[in-house]
Design a protein around this ligand. Structure first.
Ligand SMILES: *[C@@H]1O[C@H](CO)[C@@H](O)[C@H](O)[C@H]1NC(C)=O
Length: 265
């Protein structure tokens, strides 16, 4: 390699390396609670980042992370969680994408996070609060997108929370969680937080198919408002054959209409 070119490359590497150091990136956090933001939040984290945060609780307790905001380039940049110090044996999960994750709780008083980003494209990053959980608290169970949480009190043993969802969505899982104690006398929710599915409505094409109400054969939820569009090739007609039908008489309806006269009912 030409010496001048080699020198230029070295200089470039050095500058890049220094740039990585100038950024405040990761660290050890102590205390009963606090918050963590990715560098540059909410204006985007740097490319080539490798930031590790180690949260060390004050007491022999668990640590809960509650995410407030989350946007990381999907499948290229990741936030890895370690249940303890950031060793491969403690690796628990990798989070990526644009959905705010539900809260996560460590089993001990150390919780570590590592943000790794590739060489291109960033996103606004993440912000979270962490907090030590008393052994008598189940902690915030989280609210999935499109869900509504009621009840809960202090999330202590005996407290219950109830989930519902906004119109047009259905819950998949248990609607009510109760804080109980496990064999080790630690407070835990009796079920994981439910998921929310927007299986309500959609566009169906392709010759033939099946459409069911949300949650079928179980009851659909209250306040549902679902629209299905069945598409066929121009000139074709569509027949709809009901194999099962039950709605609350006088209050709930299924309306069927065609897009062109004379098939508008
Ligand atoms: C990030 O840094 C840690 C230690 O500081 C290292 O073990 C790990 O391999 C690095 N990860 C990447 C993707 O560079």
């Amino acid at each position: 390699m030409h010496p001048v070119l080699r020198h230029t490359l070295c200089l470039f590497n050095t500058v890049f390396f220094l740039a990585g150091f100038i950024y405040t990136c990761g660290g050890t956090l102590k205390g009963r609670n606090g918050s963590i933001e990715s560098p540059g939040f909410p204006y985007g984290y740097p490319n080539g980042a490798n930031c590790t945060w180690v949260i060390v609780g004050e007491h022999a307790s668990r640590i809960q992370l509650v995410f407030l905001s989350f946007a990381i380039e999907e499948e290229y940049d990741f936030l890895s969680l370690y249940d303890g110090h950031p060793h491969p044996a403690n690796f628990r999960t990798r989070i990526t994408g644009f959905q705010v994750p539900t809260p996560v709780t460590s089993t001990g008083n150390v919780f570590s996070l590592r943000l790794t980003s590739d060489f291109a494209v960033s996103a606004h990053g993440f912000k979270l609060n962490y907090e030590e959980l008393q052994s008598s608290s189940c902690g915030n169970p989280g609210v999935p997108p499109k869900a509504v949480l009621s009840g809960g009190g202090k999330y202590a043993v005996g407290d219950s929370v109830h989930y519902s969802c906004v119109p047009g969505y259905v819950l998949d899982g248990h609607a009510t969680l109760t804080c109980t104690t496990n064999a080790g006398n630690t407070a835990v929710w009796d079920f994981p937080a439910p998921f929310v599915e927007d299986t309500c409505g959609g566009t169906v094409g392709g010759g033939s198919g099946v459409v069911t109400s949300p949650g079928y054969p179980n009851n659909y939820g209250n306040q549902a408002d679902c629209t299905w569009i069945l598409l066929a090739e121009p000139g074709d007609t569509i027949s709809v054959i009901f194999t099962d039908f039950q709605t609350e008489e006088k209050y709930d309806y299924l309306e069927v209409e065609g897009s062109e006269p004379p098939t508008i009912w």
